[in-house]
Design a protein around this ligand. Structure first.
Ligand code: GLN
Length: 492
C-alpha cells in the first residue's frame, strides 16, 4: 500500500506509529513528506528557526534499518517531531528566539530531548520559533520574526511556543515540544486548534532548557490529539539527577487513561474564570464543551478560586525577578552576543546586553531587578511569594471537592499581528487564566473545542490535581470524541 504525501502528513503520532509497525510506510517516507510540507508551508508561516533536514534523513535511514532488524523497538521510533528552540540539542543552534544566542550551538542535549529523540526514537526536523526567551503570548517577540497562525495568517498563533503550535496545526510535524512558564503551551495550542499539555511542575526535567523563570518553567507536548499527548508524556516524564526539582514519583503509562468514560467524575467550573470582558464566542464554545461533559455523565460543580484576580500581578513580579537573575549570565564574556569595539568592561557588558536582548526581555529584566532591589524586595518579591501561596491554596480547597477543573484557556481568540506590540499590559492581562496553574505548579491541558464567531479556534482548559495528568488525559480523550474536530489546514 502506498500513501500519498498528504495522507502522510495528515497522520497523527499514533496513526503514523501504527502505519510504521504495519509496514505501510517507512520512516524515510514520513520524514520526506513532512520536509516537503515544511518547504511548502513555512515560507509563509515562519514556524522554524533552524531546519535539520539532513540529520533527519540520516536518522530516518537508521530508524528503518533498526525496524527491519525487529526485536524490541523504541516507542516513537522514526516519527518526525519539532522542538521549541529553547531546548538544547547537541550540535544544533539553540537561539531562544534571541539575537543574544543567534549563533549559539548547544554543547549538550536537554534531558527531554534526549528522552524523546535518543531514547524513544523520535526524529527532530528542527528548532521551532518562539517569543524571545519564551517571554510573550503572541510569537511576535522573536528576533527571527513573527510566526503566523496557520488558520488566519494575519493573526498571531499565540506564544511563547508559537512555532510549536503552528507547526503541529499545519501538519509540518506530527508533534512538538513546547515550554510553559505562564501559559506558553496551552495558549498557543488554544489559538491554533491543537492539544497542548503542561505537566505538573517537576514532572519533566528542566536540564538543558534555556531558563526563564525556574520555579515556573515546565516542558510539555503540543500534539494533534490527546492520545498523542499521552504518547509524548510517556516519553519525556521522569526524575533526572541533573534537575534537583524534577520529581521522583512514579510515572504511570498515560495511554492507560485513554478510551475510558467520565461517568461520575466531578468537574469544577470556576466562576472567576469567566472573567468580565471574555469574548462571547470563546465563552459559548467553552460552555458548550462543559455541557458535553455533563452529557457524558460528569457532574458539573460551580467552584470559586477567589485569588485569581491577583495572579497576573503576582506572576509579573515573580517571573521577571527570576528572569533577571537567570539572564545575568548573558554578559558578552562567556557565550552569546558580544558588542564590538567597547573600550572597557562595563561598556562591553552594557552594549552587549542592549544589543543582544529585545525590548520585551529588557523590560522584564528591569522589572525584575527593581522588584529584587534592596528596600523593595519585601514589598514586591516577598509579597508576591505570599500571594502565590494563597493562589495555590485556592486550588487545594477546590480539589477537595472536584476531580478536575474546566475553564477557558484564554479570554479571547487569536488577535491580529501587530495589534498589541505597543501595549504589553494588554498582553500580560490576557494571561489571567493560564498563569494561576503555573504559580500553583499544577498540570493543565488545552484541547480544541470549536470556534468563535469568526471561525477562530477555541481551547477548553482542563486543570488537574498535582501529578494527575492521567485524569486530564482521560477527560480530554473522552471529550475529544464528542467535541468539534480539530481544525485542519489545507496545503499551500
Ligand atoms: N505569556 C507569558 C509571559 O509572557 C507566559 C510565557 C511562557 O509561558 N513562557 O511571560
Amino acid at each position: 500500500m502506498s500513501l500519498s504525501p498528504s495522507e502522510l502528513h495528515e497522520m497523527t503520532l499514533a496513526s503514523a506509529k501504527k502505519a510504521l509497525a504495519a509496514g505501510d510506510v517507512s520512516s524515510r517516507e514520513l520524514v520526506e513528506a513532512h520536509l516537503s510540507r515544511i518547504d511548502a508551508m513555512d515560507g509563509e508561516l515562519n514556524a522554524f528557526i533552524t531546519r535539520t533536514a539532513d540529520q533527519a534523513l540520516d536518522a530516518a535511514k537508521t530508524a528503518d534499518e533498526t525496524r527491519a532488524k525487529g526485536g524490541d523497538l523504541p516507542p516513537l521510533l522514526g516519527l518526525p517531531v519539532g522542538l521549541k528552540d529553547l531546548l538544547c540539542a547537541k550540535g544544533v543552534k539553540t537561539t531562544a528566539g534571541s539575537r543574544m544566542l543567534e549563533n549559539f550551538v548547544a554543547p549538550y542535549t536537554a534531558t527531554c530531548v534526549r528522552k524523546l529523540v535518543d531514547e524513544a526514537g523520535a526524529i527532530s526536523l528542527g528548532k521551532l520559533n518562539l517569543d524571545e526567551f519564551a517571554m510573550g503570548s503572541s510569537g511576535e517577540n522573536s528576533f527571527f520574526g513573527a510566526t503566523k497562525n496557520p488558520h488566519a495568517p494575519d493573526r498571531v498563533p499565540g506564544g511563547s511556543s508559537s512555532g510549536s503550535a503552528a507547526a503541529v496545526a499545519s501538519d509540518m510535524v506530527l508533534a512538538a515540544l513546547g515550554t510553559d512558564t505562564g501559559g506558553s503551551i496551552r495558549q498557543p495550542a488554544s489559538h491554533c486548534g491543537v492539544v497542548g499539555l503542561k505537566p505538573t511542575y517537576g514532572r519533566v526535567s528542566r536540564y538543558g532548557v534555556v531558563a526563564f523563570a525556574s520555579s515556573l518553567d515546565q516542558v510539555g507536548p503540543v500534539t494533534k490529539t490527546v492520545e498523542d499527548a499521552a504518547l509524548m508524556l510517556n516519553a519525556i516524564c521522569g526524575v533526572d539527577p541533573f534537575d534537583a526539582t524534577s520529581l521522583s514519583e512514579t510515572v504511570p503509562d498515560f495511554t492507560q487513561s485513554l478510551g475510558r468514560d467520565i461517568k461520575g467524575l466531578r468537574i469544577g467550573v470556576p466562576t472567576e474564570y469567566f472573567v468580565e470582558g471574555i469574548d462571547p464566542g470563546v465563552k459559548r464554545a467553552v460552555e458548550a464543551a462543559i455541557a458535553k461533559a455533563k452529557d457524558a455523565g460528569a457532574e458539573i460543580v460551580e467552584i470559586s478560586l477567589p485569588h485569581t484576580k491577583y495572579a497576573v500581578g503576582t506572576y509579573y513580579i515573580i517571573a521577571p525577578a527570576e528572569a533577571s537573575s537567570n539572564l545575568a549570565r548573558y554578559d558578552g564574556v562567556r557565550y552569546g552576543h558580544r558588542a564590538e569595539g567597547a573600550s572597557e568592561l562595563v561598556e562591553m557588558y552594557t552594549r552587549s546586553r542592549t544589543e543582544g536582548f529585545g525590548e520585551e526581555v529588557r523590560r522584564r529584566i528591569m522589572i525584575g531587578v527593581f522588584a529584587l532591589s534592596s528596600g523593595y524586595y519585601d514589598a514586591y518579591y516577598g509579597r508576591a511569594c505570599q500571594v502565590r501561596t494563597l493562589i495555590r491554596r485556592d486550588f487545594e480547597t477546590a480539589f477537595e471537592n472536584v476531580d478536575v477543573i474546566a475553564a477557558p484557556v484564554s479570554p479571547e481568540p487569536a488577535f491580529k499581528i501587530g495589534e498589541r506590540v505597543d501595549d504589553p499590559l494588554k498582553n500580560y492581562l490576557s494571561d489571567i487564566l493560564t498563569i494561576p496553574l503555573n504559580l500553583a505548579g499544577l498540570p493543565g491541558m488545552s484541547i480544541p473545542c470549536g470556534a468563535d464567531d469568526q471561525g477562530l479556534p477555541v481551547g477548553l482548559h482542563l486543570i488537574g490535581k498535582p501529578l494527575d495528568e492521567a485524569t486530564l488525559i482521560r477527560v480530554g480523550d473522552c471529550l475529544e470524541k464528542v467535541l468539534p474536530p480539530r481544525p485542519t489546514v489545507k496545503g499551500a
